[in-house]
Ligand binder design. Structure first.
Ligand SMILES: NC(=O)C1=CN([C@@H]2O[C@H](COP(=O)(O)OP(=O)(O)OC[C@H]3O[C@@H](n4cnc5c(N)ncnc54)[C@H](O)[C@@H]3O)[C@@H](O)[C@H]2O)C=CC1
Ligand SMILES: CC(C)CC(=O)C(=O)O
Ligand SMILES: [Mg+2]
Length: 355
């Protein structure tokens, strides 16, 4: 298969983990005889330094003209006080590609149950997906401003925005264990009251899906108390952002969770859920698993299922062979872990098995 992939390495650990992702994709292309082409695009803080804006037009045009976008992470203290922040480029990119559905799977590797800060019996076999609304809510609504004495953010959602993400959640739940948990704050927020009403309306189209509503504060607690109760969680932008970072620790580290952001038409974007980790940037310490699993999600979306499975298998085999980065208590570097994954891919016969 021919695939044109726009790569956005960004800032901090971004270039280090992007290098892992590209090496793994190159090995997949070799093993399975695909024609993958990569373009590296300026994005985030580095783009501000070089062009004055975090999302240069050339980068956006190239993303729109690619089959998929692979993003590492943006941001860092260097740009925190600037007129434009790197994160605003990410928000504009998501909006420009209309990536309303952010899919964040939370799967615990058996091999890592002892690496979670939670008890192993608590986290074993946890498997759920956070479906996060990505182009609306408080990250985008107007008015928003601050001055020396006052600051305003606005949280608004339209029926259409809620319906399309909740429908995505129901459709996904249908293909899994058939349970949808809608997370809101309907005891306080008007937007959540509309959200809950729409979930209840749509539920009549999905009699096979069990629906529950949980307030976001209780959901944060339930993620720790009994994460196995979840199958598909659907929620708005800010809640999904926060809850998925929390959920990552069930799996052992923030460096584990991948994501795919989709519009239904046009290129999807694949990125780890974590940020640019300035505290470990440039030290060859970053865990590349989240971006590698984002690559696997991308390949699966192009029906390259064996290829995706072989990446997942190579990661698991590397862990079983004792390769772990520091965030998981090991001492492998980013480069060592990546080299091991590539070696595992070279060993594997074409047509890997599902874990
Ligand atoms: N999608 C993106 O590009 C995102 C960007 N950010 C930006 O990243 C910058 C740093 O934000 P933080 O709040 O520190 O969040 P962060 O996610 O970058 O890091 C939080 C903690 O997790 C660790 N960590 C994250 N990814 C890791 C990995 N792959 N391997 C090992 N350890 C990892 C970091 O070292 C740090 O201790 C900020 O500028 C923020 O705005 C934050 C979240 C998402
Ligand atoms: C704009 C961001 C940096 C948001 C974020 O933390 C995320 O998407 O995970
Ligand atoms: Mg986040």
């Amino acid at each position: 298969m021919k695939l044109k992939i726009a790569c956005l390495p960004g800032d901090g650990i971004g270039p280090e983990i992007m290098s892992s992702a590209v090496q793994v994709l190159e090995q997949i292309a070799k093993s399975y005889q695909h024609d993958f082409t990569f373009s590296t695009n300026l994005f985030g803080g580095h783009a501000i330094d070089e062009t004055g804006t975090s999302l240069p037009k050339e980068t956006l045009d190239n993303c729109l003209n690619s089959d998929a976008v692979l993003l590492a992470a943006v941001g860092g203290p260097k740009w925190d006080q600037g007129v434009e922040r790197p994160e605003s480029g990410l928000l504009r990119l998501r909006k420009s590609l209309n990536l309303y559905a952010n899919i964040r799977p939370v799967d615990v590797y058996d091999e890592l149950v002892n690496h979670s800060p939670l008890k192993s019996e608590q986290v074993r076999n946890v498997s759920f997906v956070v479906v996060r609304e990505l182009t609306g809510g408080i990250y985008f609504s107007e008015p928003r401003f601050h001055n020396e004495n006052e600051a305003t953010d606005t949280l608004s959602y339209t029926r259409e925005e809620i319906e399309r993400i909740v429908t995505y959640g129901f459709e996904l739940a249908k293909t899994r264990k058939g349970k949808l948990t809608s997370v809101d704050k309907a005891n306080v927020l008007e937007s959540s009251k509309l959200w809950r009403k729409i979930v209840n309306e749509l539920s009549s189209n999905y009699p096979e899906v069990e629906v529950e509503h949980i307030l976001v504060d209780a959901a944060a607690m339930e993620l720790i108390r009994n994460p196995r109760r979840f199958d598909v969680i659907v929620t708005e932008n800010l809640f999904g952002d926060i809850l998925s970072d929390e959920a990552s620790m069930i799996t052992g580290s923030l460096g584990m969770l991948p994501s795919a952001s989709k519009s239904g038409k046009g290129p999807s974007l694949y990125e780890p859920i974590h940020g640019s980790a300035p505290d470990i940037a440039g030290q060859n310490k970053a865990n590349p698993i989240a971006i590698l699993r984002s690559v696997a999600m991308m390949l699966r979306d192009f029906n390259l299922v064996d290829e995706a499975n072989s990446i997942e298998n190579a990661i698991v085999n590397s862990i079983n062979n004792g390769y772990l980065t520091g965030d998981l208590g090991g001492n492998s570097s980013t480069i060592e872990f990546t080299e091991q994954v590539v070696k595992e891919l070279q060993f594997q016969t074409v047509g890997g098995t599902i874990r």
